[in-house]
Each structure stands twice: as structure tokens, then as C-alpha cells.
Design a binder for this molecule. Structure first.
Ligand code: CS2
Ligand code: MG
Length: 415
């Protein structure tokens, strides 16, 4: 079964997506997500100008050899653009292999190990009343675990807060009230301002209020979004211990893994990291020194199903669990791939689930479903997603950027 075509499809149903569609000489079609938020066209070019021609005529069944061919053969290894491109090819080939077998992909990955993938949703608010409403809204929708993000007194807009009170939140074309879409359709990135000391003072008061309002059981997650120094992260982890978080995410910038040793020394709050990691090598120190508890890499950014399954197998040695990144900038193709892997692996932890817009679901027609807080992959052959070219044509690409962050004195900071 030879690869006959490899199309790079760029569309923007509510937000930008890059999708790879591989078709074999006997008509089997596989899809792969290659969306890198704010840098979409770089991956589209890598696929279109450097990889697509190399795939034509290859045996579509040779997934591992194709992975190694694209990774080692690139010479310039790792990095978000390369690994998102390889991920799209890998995922599309797994989709095809499962369709040829006439089985849902999870059956090729070892079958179901659980009834579904427990998810968490994004609750947020500029202030406590708005946050409490958002938490109730997510509980009403069936979520059983909630990520909590709030505004910080004195700062205009803060990562993760979807609020009509948040100036500019609506201009990304997604309903500001429902969920937080960070990428803004603008000529240049929006600039936000940040104050770490205000955040460190405010965060514990928010979790105290949430526990008082919603009780001790509800799993609560929080994303510090790469903004703290190691000792600030240690301080935050310690100050949040009384509120028994499910996890604290991306406390420090991801480049310096050793920074988490300092955090571990001071707190037992579980740590999650990895959404900006691209390969298994980014995790080696973190696993072997038991510095994290959850792996955040998505299929789309870590080299595909072949590579992410290897990362999870390595993590399992250290009892580290999955906590796959699932914001709206991971397309339904990438989310479906995460669910097929998530329902099969032994060390599943939790799956992030920001619901896509209606336009996105109309284009990809995903068959996974949300039931009682769990996401369950479809039972049809393959990944269980599609790509409607007519809908895509109605939603052409529009340039968008993630915000950048500056401290109050104007210094560039991590967003
Ligand atoms: C975030 C993302 O969901 C998360 O945990 O870190 O929203 C992230 O900001 C976006 O995916 C960036 O594109
Ligand atoms: Mg995050």
C-alpha cells in the first residue's frame, strides 16, 4: 500500500489549523494535526516544501521507519516545527493503518484500559463571583475536574481568563464568555503586563475561596504558564498545599529542567509540565529524578503517537502519568489521537478538554464524545475524524499571534 498523495490543508474555522491528509494508492485516507499556535505557516511550509514529496511512493504501513527517516533524516532534529510536522505524518499513518484493519485506533494500541478519558475544563473569571459562575457552568456541563484561572488585582488581562470584562478578549472571534482562546487575529502580538508578587499574594486567596465554596473533593488544577523563578515556584507550591491541588502546571520556563529540583525540595504540590516539550529527551532528567508527576505533551507537538507512546512508557517506570495538553489550538484530529492513546495506556492521568467552536466541529466532524466528564474516542475505524473541504474553503487562514508579556517596568517576560 503506497502513499499516493500528501496534502497540507490550512483553514480557520474559528481559529487556524494545519492538517495533513495522506491518501494511499488504494484510497485509504489518514489525517494528522500539525497546528503550532501563532506559527502555523512555518509547519505548513515544512510539510509542503520539505516532506510531502518524500512520502510519495513510501509503504504507508512502515510507520516506525518513516518516523526515523523524518527524524534522523532531517539532520536538524527536535524543535516545535520539525516535531509537529513529523507528528502529522505519524498520526495520519496510524489513522490509515487502523482503517485498513477496520478497527478504532485504540485497538491497535492495546485496546481500552478504562471506560473513558477523565477530562478537566477551563473555569476562569476576572473576580471570584465570575470564577464561581464559570466553575458552576463547567460542573453543569459534566466536568469532574476544573482548572482555575483568575484575574489579578491591578493587571488588565491575564493568561487563561475568559471574561467580557477583559478588554480585547472577544476579538479572536470566539465567544469571550465560554473559553479562553489566547491567539488573537492581529497584525502584531497583543502585549500584556505581569506582576509576579501580586500573583503570588493573590493565588492562595483564590484557592482558599474556591475550596470554601466547592468543598475539598473537587480536583482543582492551575497553570502558572511558565512565569516564575524556581524559588517563586517553590513558594507558590507551598502556599497552595492547604488547598490540595490536582496539579500545578508549568511553574517555571521549561528550558531549565533542573529548576524543578528547587521546587520539589519545598513542596508536595503535584507538578505537571511538558506542553512546550517536543521529544523524549526533554523529560529524561525530570523522570529519572522524579521531578514531575504529569506529562503534558500532546500528540501534535511531541512527534506523534509513535513518540508520545514511548514517552508514556518511559514515564510509567517512574509512576508518572499522562496529562495531555488539549486546548482549542490542538485540532480535533490531535485531540482524537490523544484519546485513542489515552484510553489504552496504563498510566493515564487526565486529559485537558477545551471545547472547540461549532465551526471547527463542523469541519472535522469528530466522533469522540463527552459523557459525564469523560471523553470517549469513537468506535469507527481509524481516528474517527474527517475533513470537509467545502467548510474549510469557507474559512481561509487569518494571521493570529499569541500575546507577549512585559513586567511593569517594561522588561520582556514569559507569557
Ligand atoms: C495552555 C494553553 O491549555 C494550556 O495549558 O498552556 O492554553 C496555551 O497557552 C496555548 O495552547 C498556547 O497556544
Ligand atoms: Mg498550560
Amino acid at each position: 500500500m503506497k502513499i499516493a498523495s500528501a496534502e497540507v490543508l490550512v483553514s480557520s474555522p474559528g481559529r487556524n489549523f494545519v492538517t495533513l491528509r495522506i491518501t494511499t494508492d488504494d484510497g485509504f485516507v489518514g489525517l494528522g494535526d500539525a497546528t503550532l499556535n501563532g506559527r502555523e505557516l512555518a509547519v505548513a511550509s515544512y510539510l509542503r516544501d520539505h516532506i510531502a514529496a518524500l512520502l510519495i511512493g513510501r509503504d504507508a504501513h512502515q510507520i516506525e521507519d518513516t518516523w526515523q527517516y523524518l527524524y534522523r533524516g532531517a539532520y536538524w532534529r527536535r524543535g516545535p516545527v520539525t516535531m509537529a510536522s513529523i507528528a502529522a505524518v505519524d498520526t495520519a499513518l496510524w489513522d490509515i493503518k487502523a482503517k485498513v484493519a477496520g478497527l478504532p485506533l485504540y485497538q491497535l494500541l492495546g485496546g481500552k484500559s478504562r471506560v473513558g478519558c477523565l477530562t478537566y475544563g477551563h473555569a476562569s473569571g476576572v473576580d471570584l463571583p465570575e470564577l464561581f459562575d464559570s466553575i458552576r457552568e463547567h460542573l453543569d456541563q459534566g466536568y469532574r475536574a476544573i482548572r482555575v484561572q483568575t484575574g489579578i488585582p491591578g493587571l488588565d488581562s491575564v493568561y487563561g481568563v475568559a471574561s467580557s470584562k477583559n478588554a480585547g478578549a472577544g476579538d479572536s472571534g470566539v465567544s469571550a464568555r465560554y473559553d479562553h482562546e489566547p491567539a488573537r487575529r492581529s497584525a502584531v502580538p497583543v502585549e500584556e503586563s505581569w506582576d509576579t508578587r501580586a500573583y503570588l499574594r493573590h493565588a492562595p486567596t483564590v484557592f482558599e475561596a474556591v475550596r470554601n465554596e466547592f468543598g475539598p473533593e473537587l480536583p482543582l488544577l492551575h497553570d502558572s504558564h511558565h512565569r516564575l523563578t524556581p524559588i517563586q515556584a517553590a513558594k507558590l507550591g507551598k502556599s497552595l498545599e492547604p488547598y490540595d491541588l490536582f496539579w500545578l502546571e508549568d511553574v517555571t520556563p521549561a528550558e531549565n529542567q533542573a529548576a524543578l529540583r528547587r521546587v520539589r525540595e519545598h513542596t508536595t504540590t503535584p507538578l505537571a509540565i511538558g506542553e512546550v516539550f517536543n521529544t523524549i529527551w526533554d523529560y529524561r532528567e525530570l523522570f529519572e529524578e522524579q521531578l514531575i508527576d504529569y506529562v503534558r505533551s500532546p500528540v501534535t507537538h511531541a512527534g506523534g503517537i509513535t513518540a508520545l507512546r514511548r514517552i508514556f512508557d518511559y514515564a510509567a517506570v517512574y509512576q508518572i502519568k499522562s496529562g495531555v495538553h488539549g486546548p482549542t489550538d490542538i485540532s480535533p484530529v490531535g485531540l482524537a489521537a490523544a484519546l485513542h492513546l489515552g484510553i489504552a495506556i496504563p498510566n493515564f492521568g487526565i486529559q485537558e478538554y477545551m471545547k472547540h467552536s461549532a465551526a471547527t466541529d463542523e469541519l472535522f466532524r469528530p466522533t469522540y464524545f463527552f459523557d459525564g466528564g469523560y471523553l470517549v474516542p469513537g468506535d469507527g475505524p481509524g481516528l474517527g475524524v474527517d475533513y470537509d473541504d467545502l467548510v474549510a474553503d469557507a474559512h481561509p487562514y487569518e494571521g493570529a499571534y499569541l500575546p507577549v508579556n512585559r513586567l511593569l517596568d517594561g522588561s520582556m517576560h514569559d507569557w
